[in-house]
Design a protein around this ligand. Structure first.
Ligand code: HEM
Length: 447
């Protein structure tokens, strides 16, 4: 029997598809889904790809059948930087790491981080001045970097160790550059170039910083109350009862540092952008903050009462999911619906496309936080909204991210609002995360 592939543009169009991908990948994916449906099979060069946009099929891939896949090529390449941490490792090794680390991210375990989040947010809030113009995308990146630095390493990344902060950014930029074919080629051929050399120097600095923190903990010298200390004590209680090697702890710490700030920073940047374009929503947010908090700073206990703030963050991540696409690679021929995908086929699942589908959301392009009422939540199929992925590889930091995002929105919006400076275009740049391509130049105004 002939193997059936899903519908899609013919193989001879692969060069054109590649061109369209380079020009505007979001446009390419949404037009492929609109033209061919829930499963689209196409080629980029010789690489077969399947774009999946149906929530039921996404669920099947990410949950029931997750063992039939491994992570995409970009994450394999990221091993260069992150080693075998949670984001990049596979199979039984990943499952063991996840068992050990998962409890550290339990809601109760991360409660204490709430204070750091509000403290860092308040520090920024007091530094800002009416009339000042700032790149809010960059400012949010610095803020979440400071928070992750403090919670993971008990280190003041902004003050004590700006060198570490700069090194983080160099490594992150390198990860984002990995989609670039020239950068890939240079890496493959091991051609020395300034970007790669900068990356290697930054990586060496980060490795030695983390190794130093681990050594301090091991020798009992450390007074830090940080996640590295907790990682050192963690054991695989459901498995072999053992902990992690120092090298493994370094890989995990670096992974959490990387994965733990850029996504939340993007969610916040898009929040300020959407609020500036929707004064009605902004006014309702103000009303909620006044009613729940008055002039005092928020705490973790306020979160259940900040209902509208949560709806705003939910809606921001619908329209601008910070992780906008997930990639997987098929291990062996894989049957899906009436079709079969060949081994090595890349499966792409894009939150950005599914979250804007009129099949699941009425008036999908509109920013409407109120839409997140009980009715919608009950009728929405699982995986029609999945900013944190799903299944065994879902985001381990989801509770951390909600807490951080909501506390920072509340802390900053209590005092300030932000307005776009005319003449600066705002455009999403879909690299590994979805950032504002040209940053977000905004003027600060007091309420
Ligand atoms: C708004 C913020 C965030 C978003 C939208 C987000 C999104 C995601 C998504 C979609 C995945 C799954 C990737 C895949 O299946 O291929 C993921 C994985 C992961 N995230 Fe997040 N994330 C956020 C914040 C965080 C934070 C704050 C941390 C840590 C402090 C974190 C740590 C991780 C790690 C370690 C993984 C890999 C988990 C595994 O494979 O076991 N993330 N994230």
């Amino acid at each position: 029997m002939k193997t059936m592939r899903p519908p899609g543009p013919p193989a001879w169009e692969s060069a054109r598809t590649l061109q369209r991908f380079r020009r505007n990948r979001l446009e390419l994916f949404s037009s492929l889904a609109a033209e061919y449906g829930d499963l689209v099979y196409y080629y980029m060069g010789t690489q077969p790809i399947c774009l999946v946009t149906d929530p039921a099929l996404i669920k099947q891939i990410l949950t029931v059948d997750h063992r039939q896949f491994k992570k995409g090529r970009l994450l394999e390449l990221a091993k260069d930087m992150l080693g075998e941490g949670l984001l990049t490792s596979e199979g039984e090794f990943h499952a063991r790491q996840r068992r050990i680390i998962q409890p550290l991210f339990h809601r109760q375990m991360i409660r204490a981080y709430g204070e750091t989040m509000v403290e860092q947010g308040s520090r920024l809030r007091e530094r800002l001045q009416a009339g000042q113009v700032l790149d809010m995308a960059q400012t949010m990146m610095q803020l979440t970097l400071a928070i992750v630095g403090q919670t993971l390493f008990d280190a003041d990344v902004e003050g004590e160790a700006t060198e570490v902060g700069a090194a983080m950014h160099t490594v992150l930029d390198m990860i984002n550059l990995m989609g670039n074919p020239l950068a890939l080629l240079a890496r493959k051929l091991n051609i020395p170039n300034p970007t790669r050399q900068r990356f290697l120097a930054a990586k060496t600095l980060l490795d030695s910083t983390i190794d130093g923190i681990i050594a301090d903990h091991r020798s009992g010298k450390s007074t830090r109350h940080d996640l590295i200390g907790t990682l050192l004590e963690a054991r695989d209680t459901e498995g072999d009862g053992q902990g992690m090697s120092d090298l493994q702890i370094r890989h995990e710490a670096l992974t959490l540092f990387m994965a733990g700030h850029e996504t939340t920073a993007n969610a916040l940047a898009w929040t300020w952008y959407l609020l500036s374009e929707h004064p009605r929503v902004e006014a309702l947010l103000q009303r909620e903050l006044q009613a729940v908090l008055g002039d005092r700073p928020p705490t973790v206990d306020d979160l259940p009462h900040l209902v509208y703030t949560r709806q705003i963050m939910t809606e921001v991540m619908r329209l601008y999911p910070p992780a906008w696409i997930l990639g997987r690679r098929v291990l062996n021929d894989y049957a899906i619906g009436a079709y079969t995908l060949p081994a090595n086929c890349v499966v792409l699942i894009s939150q950005q496309i599914v979250h804007r589908s009129p099949r699941w959301f009425s008036d999908p392009e509109r920013f409407l936080p109120e839409r997140w009422n009980d009715d919608l939540r009950q009728q929405l199929p699982k995986f029609a909204y999945f900013p944190f992925g799903g299944g065994p590889r879902n985001c381990i930091g989801e509770a951390f991210a909600w807490m951080e995002g909501m506390l920072l929105i509340a802390t900053l919006a209590q005092k300030w609002r932000f307005r776009l400076v005319p003449g600066h275009p705002v455009e999403p740049e879909p690299l590994i995360t979805l950032r504002p391509k040209f940053g977000l130049q905004m003027r600060i105004e007091a309420f």
